[in-house]
Design a protein around this ligand. Sequence first.
Ligand SMILES: [Zn+2]
Ligand SMILES: [Zn+2]
Length: 164
Amino acid sequence: MQEPQSGYRISVRSLLLRPNEKKTVDLTIDSETAGAYGLPCRELPHLDGLLENRAGVLMLSYTLRCVPALECDRCLSPVEMPVEEQFSHVIVTETASEQNDAEYLLAPDAMLDLAEVAMTDLRLSMPTKILCRPDCKGLCPVCGQNRNLTDCGCNSADITLDYQ
Ligand SMILES: [Zn+2]
Ligand SMILES: [Zn+2]
């Protein structure tokens, strides 16, 4: 797999060291990078937030907006599902066992890859099943037509009936 480009890596060293230090995060992830993480987007992911050292604890809080290019799991038609989610993480340079949690982001060399953070958060926030509508009828297993659009008349329960 191709290594996603890393122009989104930022150093958080001075933020880690200085209490009350802040840095705004305002960044758009390009389509190549979003695609490399397996989530191509119709509207590119945009991060809007803050890195802030709160009394010695470095926090990343941001809002992620995008429109992923999804398709229905049943009928494969495009699904429009705009995402607007808030995330927050504590940034640590080493993990303790009790911090084995998505809330904690590991930045061992004080470098943070914002694309990786955002795309991972985005993927984890997606529902496991994507449907164009809750009652999607899917594709006909006999003729392959989209049964939301046409009533193909196939009887998938007993295929031979159609030929009698
Ligand atoms: Zn569907
Ligand atoms: Zn059919």
